[in-house]
Design a protein around this ligand. Structure first.
Ligand code: NDP
Length: 271
């Protein structure tokens, strides 16, 4: 897939920004929905390093961009740079920006809950791995949906900061021990770095759902290890489609056809 640096990205209507960005399937999904809805406009993938966020945002606005999806590691910066709407304020994270008025919203949390339907309808204890922007939104969404949330992160202080910011009781275990959890939810970007997580899977109950928000053409080591230990598994594609559909509707005021969005990427999926 073609990706651009923010310094020389051509003018277009919409884009996903992040670093790395080459893994993103958002352009395929959003362009399929635009074409199906009869709307003109392109949706590009643009690399924006963490410390260049403000300069990149300025240039993309000057180039006439109307909306951006924001991914790893920029979601907390996007919150600070925008006027967060009610949904974004609920989570303290922005993954979708409208550049005209710089309003930001969050579609990750709603998209994630959409993807749980029929897969994990009964709340219970959940262990979230990671304490970045996605973890922050999903922890709050799960707590509000009645789940009992624990958060493990490679850098413990970041998990503790997240717990203090969100302001409701959560456990911060020292190790990612899966014992006793109904769901283990991986929100780390370890897979993007080709790294695996130190999870003692033999301690997990086989009825546990192992859910990885990452997606790709190759199954992540998180999911393959969980599957090898007999757990149910779920990758991030359905969440990707659901959050993309919510972003599309927020920008264009039209509910997109999720089946068209799914068809645009299902041939790339490892399943
Ligand atoms: P952030 O950069 O905000 O957070 C990354 C997290 O991953 C941090 O907790 C970081 O820990 C942890 N991490 C990074 N590398 C490793 C490693 N090698 N081992 C252990 N932990 C690691 O990222 P986001 O929250 O924005 O995104 C996280 C992931 O979620 C990405 O892969 C992204 O593509 C995916 N995603 C998928 C979506 C979907 O629709 N399917 C939607 C949103 C996100 P530390 O604090 O120690 O650095």
């Amino acid at each position: 897939m073609t990706t651009y640096s923010w310094r020389n990205a051509p003018s277009a209507g919409y884009a996903v920004i992040g670093d790395p960005i080459g893994h993103s399937w958002s352009p395929l999904i959003q362009e399929a929905a635009l074409a199906h809805a009869g709307l003109s406009g392109q949706y590009l993938a643009i690399q924006v390093p963490d410390l260049e966020f403000d300069s990149a945002l300025k240039r993309l606005r000057e180039c006439g961009y109307l909306g951006l999806n924001v991914t790893v590691p920029l979601k907390e910066r996007a919150y600070r740079a925008s006027q967060p709407d009610r949904e974004a304020r609920r989570f303290g994270v922005v993954n979708t920006l409208r550049l005209g008025d710089m309003v930001g919203t969050n579609t990750d949390a709603g998209g994630f809950l959409d993807s749980l339907q029929g897969v994990a309808d009964e709340p219970g204890p959940v262990l979230i791995l990671g304490a970045g922007g996605t973890s922050r939104a999903l922890a709050k969404a799960l707590q509000d949906a009645g789940w009992n949330v624990s958060i493990w992160n490679r850098t413990t202080e970041r998990a503790e900061r997240l717990v203090s910011d969100l302001g409701f009781p959560m456990t911060v275990p020292e190790t990612p021990d899966p014992k006793g959890f109904r769901m283990i939810l991986n929100t780390t970007s370890a897979a993007l770095a080709g790294e695996s997580l130190p999870i003692p899977w033999e301690r997990a109950d086989p009825s546990t759902l192992a859910y990885d928000v990452s997606y790709g053409s190759k199954m992540s080591s998180f999911l393959s290890e969980a599957r090898d230990h007999g757990l149910r598994i779920r990758d991030g594609v359905e969440m990707l489609i659901a959050q993309a559909a919510r972003s599309f509707e927020w920008w264009h005021g039209i509910e997109p056809d999720r089946a068209i969005m799914r068809k645009a990427v299902e041939h790339l999926r490892w399943t």
